[in-house]
Design a binder for this molecule. Structure first.
Ligand code: SAM
Ligand code: SF4
Ligand code: SF4
Length: 430
C-alpha cells in the first residue's frame, strides 16, 4: 500500500456536457462480448455461484461466517456530480482517498482471486476520467457479471464503459422533471438529460449486449411518481429495481405504514407476479419494501472503499477490517476484522438495502428463488420482444379494497422486528 499513489481532486474537473449519440456512441463498432461469449460467461458464472453457495452453506453450518464473496462492491470514488437529498454518500462512513489507476487495478486483481462478479459504485464512478480503463481491466480479468451503478449524466462522455459493463444500473426516482431535479440538487435541467440518456442507451441495449436497470428510491414525496417510473421502465425495456429510502440503512417505518405506500408495494408485487421485469423474487421484494425481518450474511458481499479498505462485516456498521492492498485478500481482511472486533454471526438488524436483503435469499432460497429468478432474468434479456404492456404500471390492479389489506403486520414494533438495537446486540446465533 505504501507505494500506491492517490489522485488529486483536480483530476475531477467538471467535464463538459455531451448529449447521447454526440460523442462516440454512433458510428463506432461496439467491442462488447459476442452473444456466444456472453452465454459461456453466464454458464461459468452460474457454476461458480453454485460452488460458492455450497462452500458458504458449509461454512455457516460449522459456525464460520467469514463467507466467500458472491459479488464485491467497489466504490471507485466518493466524489459525485450530484447532491441527491437522501444520499448518505456525501458524508461517507469513512472518507477515503481515491487510488490512482494502477492502484485501482491492484484492487481489482486481488478481488478477482476471490470472486467472479463485481459492482462498480460510489459516489459517481463516471466522474473518474480513467473509469473506462478500470472497467476494461475488470473485463480483461474476466469478472462476470460486471455491474456499473451510475446517475447516468456522464454516460455519453464515457460510453466506452458500456463495452465492458454487462449490467448498468441508473438511478431514477421520478419522471416529473421538477421533482427529479429537486432530489438531484444540482439545478434545473439534469432530469431531462437523464431521461434522454436512459432512453438512448435503452434503445442500444441489444446492439451493445448490455442490460439496463433503473434503481428507484421511494420516498414519502415520490410515491405517486413511482408508477410512472415503472411505466417508463417497461416502455423502454428496462428492469425496474425499487428500494425505499433508508436512514442509517434502516427502513422508514412511517413510510411503510402509509396506505398509499402499501398500495404501491402491492402494485409492484402484482406486476412482478405477472412477469414484469422487476428485480428480486416476490418474497425478497416484500422483505425489502415492507420490512420483513431477515437474517443477513453481509460478508458474502464485501464492500471495498476507494483506498482499498474493506468493511467487516458490512458498511452499515462502519467497521473496517483492514486494507485489501496491505492484507492481500478479503479473507485476510475478515480474519483481521474478527481479531479486532470479535466474531460475527448472521445479523437481524434489518438493513433495507437490496444487496444485503438478497444475502438471505442467496443462503436460504438459492434454488427455489435465486436460481429461478436468474433464469427468468436471462429470459427477459432486452430485445427478446417479450415486452408486456407498459400501461399496467398505471392502471388500478385491484378493484376490491379488501385486497389492499397488508400482506402481514407491517407496522410491527421495532423491538419485535429486532431493529434499533445497540451494536453489542447486533448478532445472534441461528
Ligand atoms: C450511492 S449511489 C452510487 C451510484 C450512483 N452515483 C448513482 O446514484 O446511481 C447508489 C444507489 O444508492 C441509492 N441511494 C442513495 N442514498 C440512498 C438512501 N438513503 N436509501 C436508499 N437508497 C439510496 C441511489 O439512488 C443509487 O441508486
Ligand atoms: S448521484 Fe449517486 S452518489 Fe451522487 S448524490 Fe446521488 S445517489 Fe449519491
Ligand atoms: S443487517 Fe447487520 S450485517 Fe447486514 S448490513 Fe445491516 S448491520 Fe450489517
Amino acid at each position: 500500500m505504501g507505494r500506491m499513489k492517490t489522485v488529486s481532486p483536480d483530476v475531477y474537473a467538471e467535464p463538459a456536457w455531451v448529449a447521447p449519440g454526440q460523442e462516440d456512441s454512433s458510428g463506432h463498432s461496439f467491442e462488447h462480448d459476442t452473444r456466444w461469449q456472453m452465454l459461456r460467461k453466464n454458464l461459468r458464472g452460474a457454476i461458480s455461484a453454485i460452488l460458492t453457495h455450497r462452500t458458504n452453506r458449509r461454512r455457516v453450518a460449522r459456525g464460520d461466517f467469514k463467507l466467500r464473496p458472491l459479488i464485491g462492491s467497489y466504490y471507485v470514488t466518493h466524489r459525485c456530480n450530484l447532491k441527491c437529498g437522501y444520499c448518505t454518500e456525501h458524508y461517507p462512513i469513512r472518507d477515503t482517498v481515491d487510488l490512482d489507476t494502477e492502484g485501482a487495478f491492484a484492487v481489482l486483481a486481488r478481488m478477482r482471486r476471490e470472486m467472479d462478479a463485481i459492482y462498480f459504485t460510489g459516489g459517481e464512478p463516471l466522474v473518474r476520467p480513467d473509469i473506462v480503463e478500470i472497467l476494461r481491466e475488470a473485463h480483461r480479468l474476466k469478472f462476470f457479471p460486471i455491474y456499473l451503478g451510475t446517475n447516468g449524466l456522464l454516460l455519453p462522455l464515457r460510453d466506452k464503459v458500456l463495452d465492458y459493463a454487462d449490467r448498468v444500473v441508473i438511478s431514477l426516482d421520478s419522471t416529473d422533471p421538477a421533482a427529479w431535479d429537486g432530489i438531484l440538487g444540482a439545478g434545473p435541467g439534469q432530469a431531462r438529460r437523464i431521461y434522454e440518456i436512459i432512453a438512448h442507451y435503452a434503445r442500444e441495449q441489444r446492439q451493445r449486449h448490455i442490460s439496463l436497470m433503473i434503481n428507484c428510491v421511494i420516498t414519502g414525496d415520490t410515491i405517486a411518481d413511482v408508477y410512472r417510473v415503472m411505466e417508463f421502465c417497461f416502455r423502454h425495456d428496462v428492469v425496474f429495481s425499487p428500494v425505499a429510502a433508508t436512514a442509517d440503512s434502516l427502513p422508514d417505518r412511517e413510510l411503510f405504514a402509509r396506505a398509499d405506500y402499501q398500495r404501491l408495494v402491492r402494485h409492484i408485487i402484482e406486476l412482478k407476479r405477472r412477469g414484469y421485469p422487476i428485480i428480486g423474487s416476490i418474497e425478497s421484494t416484500e422483505t425489502l419494501l415492507l420490512g420483513r425481518p431477515f437474517p443477513c450474511y453481509a460478508t458474502a458481499l464485501p464492500h471495498v472503499y476507494p483506498n482499498g479498505d474493506v468493511f467487516y462485516p458490512c458498511q452499515p456498521l462502519g467497521r473496517i477490517g483492514g486494507n485489501l492492498l496491505e492484507l492481500g485478500s478479503i479473507q485476510a481482511v475478515y480474519r483481521e476484522g474478527e481479531r479486532k472486533y470479535g466474531p460475527w454471526k448472521e445479523c437481524w438488524r434489518g438493513c433495507a438495502l437490496n444487496c444485503y436483503v438478497l444475502t438471505n435469499y442467496y443462503m436460504h432460497h438459492f434454488w427455489d428463488q435465486m436460481v429461478l429468478e436468474s433464469v427468468g432474468q436471462f429470459a427477459m434479456q432486452p430485445g427478446t420482444g417479450k415486452r408486456l404492456p407498459a400501461e399496467a404500471a398505471l392502471e388500478p390492479l385491484y378493484e376490491n379494497p379488501e385486497e389492499w389489506q397488508p400482506i402481514y403486520e407491517i407496522a410491527a414494533a421495532p423491538e419485535q422486528a429486532g431493529y434499533d438495537v445497540s451494536l453489542a446486540q447486533l448478532t445472534r446465533s441461528g
